[in-house]
Design a protein around this ligand. Structure first.
Ligand code: HEC
Ligand code: HEC
Ligand code: HEC
Length: 416
């Protein structure tokens, strides 16, 4: 009897002790969202690539100040750390959702679509709230935002109301019941957080993406982001679902290596996504149509001969005479969609600037490609790219000296 009482007493004390300990552990963090919500928000922030765009080179994470080039001028990203004065520490969930869904800030000002809210608008309220909960846990940084540098009339934020009225389709993603759950998840990620079409869809002069022909290729900052719909020459018809998953996970596969803006997307975003989410995105991409193929101009024999000579001198050492490259070291240029893309910009940019997977990447490539901007002039680069786009069964059409000169200028004046 006594023993029983003792045990009961001990149990009461023990559970009281647990309760006290629980209060002590959880009390200071009571205003925070549950850990699982914060983790979900962190994952979605990666899927949305928030950090890389909201962090200046050498700057503090999420404190903003990175230049984002737009067709109208430069817009700087802003401080979204929880600092109450200069960040978004005083924003409510409602304020944050309005920014993500409608592109309007806490004070009611319109935001520039350089912030990809025309894509984030598709995200569910729960997912957006989770991102806010995660951002509340990052280190607050006191840093005042930089002014944007846009020409009139886009320097007037009120003009953006017109843009939104014309183009913003502020509605959450609606699943298509005729498609599988996996396809719907893939579309939700590609069109929402992933904002893949911000680069991979064509844009009109006002920067509005063509949503009726999604992912058929478009300009990404200074280079062409290739068609991700169907297509033999450019496009993903030849890629299996696993090829797409591998590329998004590691930055390369048997057909291509991310060397331009996509390298950063992989590094900061897609490499962190779960296998099942990458598979869902691949399933969705494989369902897309491609652009109507054009017949490219066939280059003349002299250009091909001169281009082949330049290729042997400067490129074949790594990419091989037959353009096949070496697996996991030098990407192939033969049957490469990046090489045959509708616009030759990426190819030209890689030749002029060289390429290397960033050293900070979690899956870095030791090898790099040298820059040739000092070695080759515009005419030589045009001849060489014409050759590569039409050798070994490639059919990419020719490249003019003017195309190269234009891109060389743009790259030289790109903001840093
Ligand atoms: C491509 C670059 C880019 C990406 C990616 C991006 N942003 Fe931004 N964001 C911007 C720019 C630029 C602005 C400022 C727009 C302006 O000044 O009108 C901005 C503004 C904002 C604002 C308004 C803040 C304020 O003080 O007005 C919020 C909130 C925000 N972003 C959150 C996010 C979140 C969350 C993500 C990821 C899901 C994200 N952004 C991804 C570029 C980006
Ligand atoms: C900032 C612009 C940008 C964004 C955002 C972006 N991409 Fe890309 N992507 C590019 C560019 C440019 C290339 C060409 C290769 C390179 O940059 O190295 C590319 C290449 C690719 C390729 C290889 C295509 C080929 O034929 O070689 C795939 C697949 C791809 N992107 C998928 C995606 C997906 C999925 C998303 C969204 C999660 C996405 N991209 C978001 C710019 C972007
Ligand atoms: C010293 C070796 C080396 C030489 C020489 C070289 N490359 Fe590269 N190249 C590479 C490496 C390595 C990469 C992949 C970089 C990365 O991991 O981001 C690459 C990437 C590329 C890509 C991007 C492929 C893709 O799938 O996006 C193109 C295009 C390219 N090189 C063309 C050329 C051309 C044209 C020349 C000659 C002017 C050349 N390279 C010379 C090593 C080289």
């Amino acid at each position: 009897m006594n023993a029983k009482l003792l045990i009961a007493g001990a149990l009461v004390l023990a559970s009281a002790g647990v309760a006290v300990a629980a209060v002590q552990v959880y009390a200071p963090t009571r205003s925070r969202a549950p850990w699982t919500t914060i983790q979900k928000g962190k994952y979605l922030a990666r899927a949305g690539d928030c950090e890389s765009c909201h962090t200046a080179e050498g700057g503090k994470p999420y404190a903003g100040g990175r230049p984002v080039p737009t067709p109208f001028g430069i817009v700087y990203s802003v401080n979204i750390t929880p600092d109450p004065g200069t960040g978004i520490g005083e924003w409510s969930e409602e304020d944050f959702y309005r920014a993500m869904h409608e592109g309007i800030d806490q004070q009611g000002n319109r935001l520039y679509p350089a912030f990809p809210y025309p894509w984030y608008t598709h995200m569910t309220r729960g997912d957006v709230d989770a991102i806010k909960a995660y951002l509340a846990t990052v280190k607050p940084v006191r840093q005042v935002d930089r002014d944007t540098k846009l020409g009139w009339p886009f320097s007037m934020r009120s003009m953006l109301a017109v843009w939104d009225k014309l183009y913003l389709d502020a509605k959450q993603f609606q699943p298509d019941p005729a498609r599988s759950a996996e396809w719907n998840r893939g579309k939700y990620l590609v069109d929402g957080a992933g904002h893949c079409g911000a680069c991979h869809s064509s844009k009109n002069v006002l920067g509005h993406a063509d949503t009726s022909h999604p992912m058929q290729g478009g300009m990404a900052e200074h280079v062409f982001a290739p068609n991700l719909g169907a297509g033999e020459r450019d496009g993903l018809s030849g890629w299996t679902r696993d090829d797409i998953v591998r590329y998004l996970d590691t930055g390369s596969n048997r057909y291509a290596t991310a060397a331009g803006p996509m390298a950063e997307v992989v590094q900061a975003s897609t490499q962190y996504l779960k296998q099942s989410d990458l598979e869902a995105m691949a399933t969705y991409l494989k369902s897309l149509e491609g652009p109507t193929p054009e017949t490219p101009n066939a280059p003349d024999k002299d250009t091909m001969r001169a281009g082949a000579a330049l290729y042997v001198d400067d490129c074949a050492g790594c990419h091989m005479n037959n353009g096949a490259g070496i697996a996991d070291a030098f990407p192939p240029l033969r049957a490469s969609s990046a090489v045959q893309a509708a616009k030759p910009d990426l190819l030209i940019a890689v030749i002029l600037q060289g390429a290397r997977s960033p050293a900070t990447s979690a899956k870095p490539t030791e090898l790099m490609m040298p820059a040739f901007d000092d070695k080759l002039d515009d005419a030589e680069v045009a001849t060489l790219t014409t050759y590569i786009r039409n050798a070994w069964g490639n059919r990419g059409g020719d490249v003019s000296k003017g195309d190269v000169a234009k891109l060389r200028n743009t790259l030289a004046s790109a903001p840093h």
